[in-house]
Design a protein around this ligand. Structure first.
Ligand code: TRP
Ligand code: ZN
Length: 482
């Protein structure tokens, strides 16, 4: 009789309680965590059902055979649902053992999902520790140049002439450690890298020293700031290292020892660039800074690895030296926008790339290269069928994770916003954005809301016209007429 007034599910529950005589608190169901973080562009990246707090990695790399001969990851996480099992992301490599809270767990591999079943379910809200022991030859991607004129494009875990380097976005962490490889799940990160004597391993954060034993040296790095997984790295090789204090903060710049001193010049300006950006965006967000310059030809691009961006030296070879410094400004700006304030979904990537590109235009103007107005018009004048116009940056239904419109339309959107609200409000907005979301994650909707609040204007239509619209908005800052 109750079933006539209750929805079916509730009626069924009551029937079940009546049949089993169960008390009001039925045992909570334990179900598998989702194999992805729920990103529409990259549905299998990251994982559901838990939240990682910390990665503690201990890896040994033997360059002669390009192998992680012994590797161990200790992952501290908290269940966000009652978990019967959960996934980590790991490409290739051989898993030797998995433990959850010290007890042996079973696991299976399915593509890059490492599916772990703990001996007992993990209750929602419960902190737990996963230990994964693994080894093997890590995966990198190498795309040959069709013309045969250039070296193959490389990313992921890339062996080099004197070691190896990890760089990749959206994926790179899963090529060398089991992870929730999606920016929505930031975590602190510590690493001990053991390499043959004579080589050094550089990573992100602060150096915790190195120790040598029987022909191997272990290099330790850690940071107390949470990181997106794609901004973690190890860079193994022979380096020329400049380590100094800047305003009491360590700057550590590692340049491939095989490179001539001319490659030191662009990254030597890192401190100066940080000082300038601090006047615009507020305090530098991390406890150390620096750069890694790698000689390996063909590396895909520079990448904003946290505290220590990676610069492929062949990207510094343009005849105009200003371009190399512009790249340093771009990756340095990512420390605020992308690495400290991070995205929750790949469709918000213009919040990283548009901001870093705009910051590099601000730097160029400050450094006496091109003015922001010139940069804006250079891009604005390209016809609408140019790739950086279409597909538009902000489109949650577009499966393209990384597209050039995020860089140039994103930067043009910021310039249009600046022209609309004026410099005082625009720069207060950038500073407030960086401060409010420091060490966190934020979305386009939150940015529009903050811009609306600080300007007192309805800037949504303007921003969406630049970020999502099908046509070129009217030029808010045309070049002066002759
Ligand atoms: N985020 C990088 C930048 O703009 C570009 C990038 C995207 C990249 N994917 C990558 C670099 C993979 C190296 C490898 O600064
Ligand atoms: Zn960038």
């Amino acid at each position: 009789m109750l079933s006539r007034v209750l929805p079916t599910a509730a009626a069924a529950t009551i029937a079940l309680l009546a049949a089993t005589g169960a008390a009001a608190h039925a045992a909570p169901a334990f179900t598998p965590g989702a194999p992805g973080a729920g990103d529409p562009a990259l549905p299998t990246y990251g994982n559901g059902g838990f939240d990682v707090a910390h990665y503690d990695l201990d890896v040994r790399y033997q360059p002669a055979i390009d192998e992680l001969t012994a590797a161990h990851a200790t992952i501290r996480a908290t269940a966000t649902q009652n978990l019967s099992r959960f996934d980590l992301d790991l490409i290739g490599l051989t898993v030797d053992a998995v433990r959850v809270d010290g007890r042996p767990a079973t696991w299976t591999r399915d593509g890059w999902e490492l599916v772990v079943t703990p001996p007992r379910g993990l209750r929602q809200g419960r902190p737990f520790t996963v230990d994964v022991t693994y080894h093997g030859v890590p995966k990198g991607w190498s795309i040959p140049d069709d013309s045969g004129e250039r070296p193959p494009t490389q990313f992921g875990f890339v062996p080099t002439d004197d070691g190896a380097i990890v760089l990749g976005e959206p994926e790179s962490a899963m090529t060398w450690y089991p992870s929730s490889d999606h920016p929505a799940d930031k975590a602190t990160f510590a690493v001990a890298v053991t390499v043959p004597d004579g080589l050094a391993a550089i990573s992100v954060g602060l150096p915790l020293g190195h120790t040598t034993r029987s022909g191997w040296t272990t290099w330790r790095w850690a940071s107390r700031h949470p990181s997106v997984t794609y901004a973690t790295t190890i860079a193994i090789g022979r380096w020329r290292i400049d380590s100094h204090l800047h305003h009491g903060r360590p700057t550590i710049i590692a340049v491939d020892a095989a490179l001539g001193p001319q490659y030191d010049a662009p990254v030597a300006r890192t401190d100066e660039i940080i000082d300038y950006f601090e006047t615009l965006f507020g305090p530098y967000p991390f406890e150390s800074a620096g750069a890694i310059v790698e000689r390996q030809p063909g590396l895909l691009a520079a990448l904003e690895t946290r505290t220590r961006p990676i610069y492929p030296s062949d990207r510094f070879e343009d005849t105009n030296a200003k371009y190399a410094v512009e790249t340093v400004a771009h990756e340095t700006a990512h420390q605020w926008f992308g690495d400290s304030v991070s995205i929750d979904f790949w469709y918000d990537l213009w919040l990283n790339e548009g901001f870093a590109t705009y910051a590099s235009w601000l730097w160029d103007e400050h450094d006496g290269f091109r003015t922001v107005r010139e940069q804006f018009n250079r891009f604005y004048d390209y016809p609408l069928d140019f790739p950086f116009w279409t597909p538009a940056p902000y489109d949650p239904t577009d499966g393209d994770a990384i597209k050039s419109s995020n860089y140039y339309r994103g930067a043009m959107a910021l310039h249009a916003l600046r022209k609309q609200v004026g410099d005082p409000v625009f720069f207060a907005l950038l500073r407030t954005w960086a401060a409010q979301h420091r060490d966190g994650n934020a979305s386009t909707e939150q940015f529009i809301a903050l811009a609306t609040r600080l300007s007192g204007q309805d800037v949504r239509p303007l921003l969406l016209a630049w970020l999502s619209g099908p046509v070129k908005p009217v030029n808010p800052d045309p070049p002066p007429t002759a």
